[in-house]
Ligand binder design. Structure first.
Ligand code: UDP
Length: 240
């Protein structure tokens, strides 16, 4: 039984490791669990408080996991036991590797043509059963043909990198046509996987300071990170 903790109005599942999440919620002994996985971090929680569409998107996900240290910390305190932080990009990479065991068919959507092709080649070289890939630069009119391509591919895992909230909106539309598939939004993960964008160095990651690294390397994020400060204030005053 997986514990859930309400953080700012959103139930988030508590896992002890990435593999525990995959075994119990995605690649279970009954096969691939269909649905939608969404990473929950303080920025999203604060944004959802002001944006009913985002809130309903988050609440419709079948799997919500703590991607930011701010969320896993609050959960650990409430449960009185350690809850793992599950960075979305690490979950995706591990899921790709774990999909090799049963040769689960995977479809990759999003990012530029060169990035998604390189991602696909790299995964195929590892042994992943990639049944299709498509860049994320298509129009609204082309969306249905993208959905058809995914359905026709027979994929059971689809990762979607279109940026938020577009990727989530796409996923819920596509799920209607592929109800037996697991979808996850992965943001800029393919860019990191193909070394186009660097993740924070180990030093920052080990100290849970990835957010600080991003702020230092991209000061324009300061505005977005204002939400992080608000989140801490809300936590201290027991509003999340
Ligand atoms: N992207 C896309 N189509 C678009 C806009 C963005 O495929 O119309 C891709 C972009 O190339 C990147 C990914 O979406 O690989 C994530 O973008 P961003 O970093 O802006 O999103 P975030 O992770 O901050 O939500």
């Amino acid at each position: 039984m997986i514990n859930k903790v309400n953080v700012g109005g959103i139930d988030v599942a508590a896992y002890q490791s990435i593999d525990e999440l995959i075994n119990s919620s995605i690649l279970t002994i009954e096969g691939v669990q269909p649905g939608v996985g969404i990473a929950i971090n303080p920025e999203k929680i604060m944004a959802a408080k002001k944006d009913p569409l985002l809130m309903s998107i988050l609440q419709s996900a079948t799997l919500r996991y703590p991607d930011g240290v701010g969320v896993s910390y609050v959960m650990s305190r409430r449960l009185n036991s350690k809850v793992a932080r599950i960075p979305g990009c690490e979950l995706w990479e591990r899921l790709m590797v774990r999909s090799i065991e049963q040769q689960t068919p995977v479809f990759l959507l999003g990012a530029t043509q060169s990035t998604v092709s390189q991602t696909s080649e790299k995964l195929i070289a590892l042994g992943v059963n990639v049944v299709g890939c498509k860049d994320g630069y298509f129009t609204k009119e082309q969306q249905q043909s993208v959905i058809d391509e995914i359905v026709d591919s027979g994929a059971k895992i689809v990762s979607v990198a279109l940026g938020s909230p577009r990727q989530e909106l796409f996923i819920f539309e596509c799920l209607k046509y592929a109800p037996n598939t697991f979808f996850m939004g992965v943001g800029g993960t393919y860019d990191v996987f193909t070394n186009k964008v660097k993740r924070a160095p180990h030093f920052f990651r080990a100290l849970n300071l990835e957010w600080l690294f991003r702020l230092l390397s991209q000061p324009s994020r300061l505005l977005r990170q204002g939400n992080l400060v608000k989140y801490v204030y809300y936590y201290l005053t027991k509003k999340v």
